[in-house]
Design a protein around this ligand. Structure first.
Ligand SMILES: Cc1cc2nc3c(=O)[nH]c(=O)nc-3n(C[C@H](O)[C@H](O)[C@H](O)COP(=O)(O)O)c2cc1C
Length: 196
């Protein structure tokens, strides 16, 4: 465990970078909370697709027909939460989402990187659409490049830019907590220990 604020910040982002590439890493899935039109918080897990410590940004993929996409279009403020049990560290980010729809070159480039299996999850009816059975024939059919190409039309990228990171270490001994604030370009503007 590192002691300086700078070192633990670097370490936190290193864990996020590791998590992008390791599906078994606890931070590979982060809880993304947005605000719905009634002002109620809505949390759900998303796969962490990219992490950039230079700009304090994280990236996620989703279906643009999903509720979260509509919520973020209306209110781009969101909170992200993850817990790394190996290091006993909670990461809680607040910040803003920028949405890249299917028409953008950025999203089209991301689509090219997806496996056929992942593309398959963007095919068929919209998320939340009521089904008469848990699976439809089209959901269980083995995907191929031709049939999954249609998913590109509803594939979107959520780019998250952090304003703050609330870092919380929960060991068996003394608890520790630190707050990092980021500037508009993503550099750390302030770092402070705070009472857990
Ligand atoms: C382990 C796990 C990973 C998930 N990853 C994603 C993801 O990367 N993108 C996504 O849109 N939904 C993902 N989901 C589904 C979301 O959690 C959510 O249920 C779904 O997107 C509908 O959310 P919404 O109706 O609030 O938009 C994942 C669910 C689980 C359990």
């Amino acid at each position: 465990m590192t002691n300086t604020l700078n070192a633990l910040h670097t370490q936190a982002w290193q864990h996020l970078n590791d998590a992008v590439l390791q599906p078994t890493h606890a931070l590979h899935y982060l809880a993304l909370s947005s605000i719905d039109p009634q002002g109620k918080p809505q949390a759900r897990l998303l796969v962490l697709r990219a992490a950039d410590t230079q700009t304090a940004s994280l990236e996620f993929h989703t279906d643009i027909r999903s509720t979260k996409w509509t919520e973020l279009q209306t209110n781009p403020q969101l909170s992200l939460l993850g817990y790394d049990p190996e290091h006993r560290i909670q990461l809680r980010f607040n910040g803003t989402a920028t949405l890249f729809g299917p028409e953008t070159a950025y999203t089209q480039q991301a689509w090219q990187q997806l496996s056929v299996w992942t593309r398959h999850s963007y095919c068929g009816g919209p998320p939340g659409y009521e089904l008469s059975a848990p699976e439809t024939a089209e959901m269980t059919a083995p995907p191929d490049a031709a049939t999954t190409a249609v998913g590109k039309q509803v594939f979107g990228v959520i780019q998250f830019k952090a304003d703050t990171l609330d870092w919380f270490h929960h060991p068996r001994g003394a608890l520790r907590r630190a707050l990092f604030r980021y500037g508009p370009a993503g550099s750390v503007q302030s770092a402070n220990w705070i009472r857990p």
